[in-house]
Ligand binder design. Structure first.
Ligand SMILES: NC(=O)c1ccc[n+]([C@@H]2O[C@H](COP(=O)([O-])OP(=O)(O)OC[C@H]3O[C@@H](n4cnc5c(N)ncnc54)[C@H](OP(=O)(O)O)[C@@H]3O)[C@@H](O)[C@H]2O)c1
Length: 158
């Protein structure tokens, strides 16, 4: 798998240490899956998460199966899912060199003043909470945490 052509086409696969282990939340579609594919192409093993089992199954097949990727189904703002992710990663990888905190939602679009507090809380919980909780158990994360921003809030006049 190491050194194969990038699944995105022209872009070369980034170099990763063969033993590197990565976690990509929301890694079953879109930017997260593309990121996971590049990481696997570079020689890493990845754990991807997402809410829908059918997306997760398809992503794991696309990533090359258990030799290259494991998956945990659930929502990033669910504390029991977060604990399951940590347990699964420790059991399979022992540690993580890079957490790509990609899961995010954009349930509203427009000026900050129009944003319902409930929607704001949900955006924060999905996109950010997992970072803090994972940081509390940072002994198993030996590298970086990168957050793909869950959208922009417009605070000024519309
Ligand atoms: N695309 C853009 O133009 C753009 C612009 C700015 C920011 N972003 C941010 O970039 C990130 C990825 O965007 P994208 O366009 O690639 O999104 P996408 O195509 O909708 O993919 C989202 C991924 O996250 C998973 N997901 C969604 N909600 C989740 C949750 N609560 N818990 C766990 N996984 C969840 C989805 O799988 P399931 O549906 O199966 O859960 C899927 O794997 C997001 O944070 C997004 O806000 C994107």
């Amino acid at each position: 798998m190491r050194g194969r052509a990038s699944p995105l086409g022209a872009a070369p696969a980034p170099a990763s240490a063969p033993s590197s282990r990565r976690l990509v939340t929301g890694g079953t579609r879109g930017i997260g899956l593309a990121t996971a594919e590049l990481l696997v192409a570079g020689g890493a093993r990845v754990c991807v998460t997402g809410r829908k089992a059918e997306h997760l199954d398809a992503a794991l097949r696309r990533l090359g199966g258990p030799e290259h990727a494991i998956g945990v189904c659930g929502s990033s703002d669910d504390e029991s899912h977060q604990a399951t992710v940590i347990d699964a990663v420790i059991a399979s990888f022992g540690r993580i060199d890079l957490l790509v905190n990609n899961a995010g939602i954009n349930p509203a679009f427009g000026p900050l003043g129009d944003l319902e507090p409930r929607a704001a809380r949900k955006i924060f919980d999905v996109a950010e909470l997992i970072t803090f909780l994972l940081s509390d158990r940072s002994d198993w994360i030996t590298g970086q945490v990168v957050t793909i921003d869950g959208g922009a809030l417009l605070a000024g006049p519309s």
